[in-house]
Design a protein around this ligand. Structure first.
Ligand SMILES: C[S@@+](CC[C@H](N)C(=O)[O-])C[C@H]1O[C@@H](n2cnc3c(N)ncnc32)[C@H](O)[C@@H]1O
Ligand SMILES: [Zn+2]
Length: 265
């Protein structure tokens, strides 16, 4: 019988079971065909959360072409092996699939469609639909939380073991600037990345910067759909991309590594 890393969102008991994940108090969660479980509490279950299926598919299509592979490799190098890790806001599992090699990985995301794809991609890891605001993991249970372009949470400190690490990836100031130039009359720079976090000691930071050439409209549109600007941009500006067939765009990521401060427990 499968032992889940995840705990029951109602009573925090350990979950066990192959087709139904059940805690000792009898709370049950169906295991989906793809192998994941939905641990969002019932009042939040019905609503659509996070990225929808079109966004998930666009991101999968784009990422699988390898444009972000140097970033994924760098995160893996900093992460290492022999660890129990949480990929928080794992999306459709593009990063999880490499990070899981030599590690025990679980992933959560609030988007059902994203988790479905991640579970399909990585049957040997555990995935749950859940919010970072209420992570269904016991206290002090993971060596590392990885958070790539996803929301952060106070919960990270609770689920991290003593001296556990948090690895984050954030866009730097000029990340995707040429894409923004193609859409907006006055593109803004992203805010500068900050490396102080309460309850953590900053250990290392690494800039990953390179340029990619997107040579079809599908990739340009997919990249734009992956960004937070997509839904904030009016139709007129969105349409500016429709006729673009080629774009050289700079990618600038900051990978930061923090250690949970001894004072945070
Ligand atoms: C920009 S995507 C990044 C996904 C993935 N880490 C990647 O880089 O491909 C942000 C992800 O955070 C998820 N997300 C947003 N709010 C969340 C929340 N409150 N709890 C869990 N996941 C959330 C979204 O559904 C989405 O998959
Ligand atoms: Zn329970």
């Amino acid at each position: 019988m499968k032992d889940w890393l995840f705990c029951c969102p109602v009573c925090k008991g350990q979950l066990k079971g192959d087709t139904v994940a059940k805690c000792q108090s009898g709370h049950c969660f169906d295991v989906a065909r793809q192998g994941h479980i939905n641990l969002l509490m019932s009042n939040a279950k019905g609503k659509r959360h996070g990225d929808d299926s079109a966004m998930v598919q666009a991101r999968s299509r784009f990422l699988d072409k390898g444009y972000y592979a140097p970033l994924r490799d760098k995160v893996k190098e900093i992460l290492g092996t022999g660890l129990t890790i949480l990929d928080s806001g794992c999306g459709e599992g593009y990063y999880s699939s490499l990070l899981a090699e030599g590690n025990v990985l679980c992933g959560i995301d609030i988007s059902k469609d994203a988790v479905k794809s991640a579970a399909r991609r990585l049957p040997s890891s555990q995935f749950a639909v859940a919010s970072v605001g209420e992570i269904p993991l016991p206290d002090n249970s993971v060596d590392c939380v990885v958070c790539i372009f996803a929301p952060e949470s106070e919960e990270f400190k609770r689920v991290l073991k003593q001296k556990g690490r948090l690895i984050t990836v954030e866009p730097m100031e000029k990340h995707l600037f040429e894409l923004k130039q193609a859409v907006y009359d006055k593109p803004y720079l992203n805010p500068a990345v900050k490396t102080e976090k309460e309850g953590y000691v900053f250990k290392s930071g690494c800039e990953v910067k390179y340029t990619v050439t997107l040579d079809c409209n599908e990739d340009i549109e997919a990249l734009f759909m992956m960004t937070p600007y997509y839904y904030k941009t009016g139709k007129t500006d969105q349409d500016k991309l429709k006729s673009l067939e080629k774009l050289e765009v700079g990618l600038e990521f900051f990978v930061a590594e923090y250690e949970k401060s001894p004072m945070a427990d």
